[in-house]
Design a protein around this ligand. Structure first.
Ligand code: 5GP
Ligand code: MN
Length: 438
């Protein structure tokens, strides 16, 4: 379980297993004492917590005077990535800090209503120099909703080199441990939940206003699949109830995120459900493989493929669903002009910067940043599973990816057809596991 960095690796264990490990550890130690086996205590009692708490007094001290702060989040931010970043930014600004939110890439239009959206700097839209300078000059860099610097593309190296004190707030498996302050909890339903709790721990619960609360609610709502995934604890509902008490209109947030589709997105959905869905009952698996020319044909925009994978997972008896999308050629991402309100952008509910059609929805609803159009030119894979089948392991081992046990992403440098072949060739090895998944 120990990695080279000396940290416990959660590669092979889900979060429930982590708790089980904590519980069995005393009896395990007792047995070893009985048998007289010689095992170094550090090997037995590693940091077996699937979370790390930041040093609150030191963190308070860090934020006790005005700082230049950069907040960044992962490639193709989803509602939790952007919502937690903008909520955290809103709070820090209220405390007198100078804050910039930098995203590595664009994000779906249906997030544009979030408070602070208009100030977001999108790194790969001609803002590389400005972003690099802000990162270099920052006193503090907060990395939200991702835990490996490769998830922020070229920004990763710049953040790594920066002199700033680094803060990680995240709930994904296997953090890289590059930050001095780590608030990491894989049991948290969303990074937005961690932000909510952290603001409370800093004694500033009263600073959470409606705009901040809406961002937090959006993150929690989407990352729990609208409160249906096992991560939806009592605490999640209590936090949501508190947000409602503050004045957050949850139905407004839900409509902004989920009822903001373009006609093109729905027609694309119809096409892929009719023409592209492949179901493999013998492996309890279903997948879509989508060509770049198909994305172009349906004018697919960033975010339009989010939620697609959930339709495949919603099929009776299917426990693993995959969307494989060719992003390698031709499928240029939307231009900045499109993103800031291009021709098809007139939304049913107007938002402050980009307008906002397109939505993340699906019957099973694991939220997704979704493989998307611009920035990374490769075949992207998006995985979902139910029960104890770990798509985190699958994506990590075979497709240079990762995520959570039941929702993960990855990439491939092969062509689309080769990637599909590779994926199919792996299934027999997993057949037993897939068949016995509950
Ligand atoms: P999606 O399928 O929506 O792109 O991603 C599902 C989950 O896996 C999200 O939590 C996302 O942050 C994570 N994820 C997606 N791609 C990658 C990847 O390449 N590496 C890692 N570590 N996580 C990923
Ligand atoms: Mn998240």
């Amino acid at each position: 379980m120990e990695t080279a960095s000396g940290r416990a690796s959660w590669d092979k264990i889900g979060w429930d297993d982590g708790l089980v490990l904590c519980e069995i550890l005393p009896s395990f130690v007792g047995q070893i004492k009985k048998t007289g086996a010689k095992i170094a205590p550090t090997a037995l009692l590693p940091r077996v917590q699937p979370h790390s708490m930041l040093d609150l007094p030191a963190f308070k001290e860090l934020l006790s005077s005005p700082k230049q702060i950069v907040i960044t989040t992962h490639h193709k931010p989803d509602a939790d990535a952007l919502g937690s970043s903008l909520a955290w930014a809103g709070y820090l600004k209220k405390k007198g800090h100078r804050v910039h939110v930098i995203t590595p890439t664009d994000y779906p239009r249906f997030l544009a209503w979030m408070h602070g959206n208009e100030e977001v700097i999108v790194f790969n839209e001609g803002n590389e120099q400005q972003s690099a300078q802000l990162v270099r000059e920052a006193d503090v860099i907060c990395c939200l909703d991702f835990s490996s610097l490769k998830r922020i593309n070229e920004l990763g190296g710049i953040v790594r080199e920066a002199k700033a004190r680094k803060v990680l707030i995240d709930h994904h498996l296997e953090p890289e441990h590059f930050a001095e302050f780590e608030l990491w909890d894989i049991k948290a339903a969303a990074t937005a939940q961690l932000v909510y709790e952290l603001i409370g721990q800093l004694g500033d619960h009263r600073e959470i206003d409606v705009p901040i609360g809406e961002c937090i609610y959006a993150g929690i709502m989407t990352d729990t699949g609208s409160f249906r995934h096992p991560s939806t604890t009592q605490k999640v509902h209590l936090i949501s109830a508190e947000l409602i008490g503050l004045g957050v209109q949850t139905n407004k947030v839900h409509r902004l995120v989920y009822d903001n589709n373009t006609e093109a997105k729905l027609r694309f959905l119809g096409f892929v459900l009719m023409e592209k869905l492949v179901v493999l009952p013998e492996f309890r698996t279903a997948y879509f493989a989508i060509r770049s020319e198909e994305l172009i044909r349906y004018d697919s925009q960033t975010g339009d493929t989010e939620g697609l994978v959930n339709y495949a997972l919603s099929i009776e008896n299917v426990v693993m669903a995959v969307v494989i999308i060719d992003r390698t050629d031709g499928a240029a991402g939307p231009s900045p002009a499109d993103r800031f309100g291009g021709p098809a952008a007139e939304p049913p509910l107007r938002s402050n910067r980009t307008g906002g059609p397109a939505a993340n929805s699906g019957p099973v609803g694991v939220p997704a940043e979704g493989p998307s159009l611009s920035a990374v030119r490769s075949v992207k894979l998006s995985f979902r599973s139910s029960g104890d089948f770990s798509v985190n392991d699958f994506a990590r081992q075979h497709f240079d990816g990762g995520g959570h046990r039941n929702a993960a992403g990855g990439r491939s440098e092969l062509t689309l057809d080769e990637t599909v072949q590779r994926f199919l060739s792996l299934l027999p090895e997993y057949r037993e596991q897939l068949l016995r998944t509950q």
